[in-house]
Design a protein around this ligand. Sequence first.
Ligand code: LMR
Length: 337
Amino acid sequence: MTCRTTLAVILATAAAVTGGARAHDEPIVIKLSHVVAEDTPKGRAAALFKRRAEELTSGRVRVEVHANGSLYRDRDEIEALLLGAVQMLAPSLSKLAPLGAREFEVFDLPFVFADEAALRKVTDGPVGRRLLRRLEPTGILGLAYWDGGFKSFSANTPLRALEDFRGLRMRIQPSAVLGAQMRALGALPHVSGFSEARDALAAGVVDGTENPIANFYTQRMHEVQTHLSLTRHGYLGYAVIVNARFWRALPSRVRGQLERALAEATVYANRMAREVEEEDLRKIVAAGTTRVHTPTPAERLALKKALLRVHAEMEGRVGRSLLRDVYVATEFTPDAP
Ligand code: LMR
């Protein structure tokens, strides 16, 4: 150890000791890491949570939001939460299976939610709450669901009919259900982290992908994908999760204030998922680099029929009774476009 380093260590230790003496005046820091851009629904909701948490606690809590995977990429962020290196995350529901909670992949089933109202029956109802409780044995508390939006397919060739997908290499999130979905289309699923997805498209490592419009636009995928088909065939949402030990150790008044900030951010996230989709779609059209196709009801139904077998294939993985509960809650109808 050089003299300089020794001095730095001593100064740091001294600061820590002094800090310890003042511990209860120091703000409680919540590091909230996520992988998307700041102007996505998740990015905006994280910013609102920060603002409201700091206001409601009169500065007792400081929230540090790290966007764009700048602190942790999606492969590492859950481990960081478990280790206490961050206190809050909002990963996609498709990325929770490594915690032993494969049931969350029920949200990945193609065409399982006819619309936002059907989705809300699950996220705001007993099924959604039961799912969040599944995380508790891992040391994580699931506090809320935030919408990212409904996903659409893109590629460098038109995607109107089933045969258009045959042989395409499609980037997916790490979910067995999404893999099965791409195979049911005759495509080849390719798992990659979110931060690598745009580069993989640009380099031709993959031919296409699926995204909510906000992620597609903010990652500038419209510059490297000539066709976007507004299939809205699947849902991408997030679970706002915290390190359980950290959360339970908070003073109860502070925890209540944070819960209120989170409830406000949740309403906002879901509104943003609707509004930002429209806004970003207009920008994609204006950029003129991507042809946007709106499937006819017949095209959508054909796609849905081809993909419904994924539900049967994956019911063993997500759980038969869970799938049944989701069907009941959403009044799932296989024949409607
Ligand atoms: C993805 O990997 O496509 C998404 O999970 C990214 C995100 O957080 O919206």
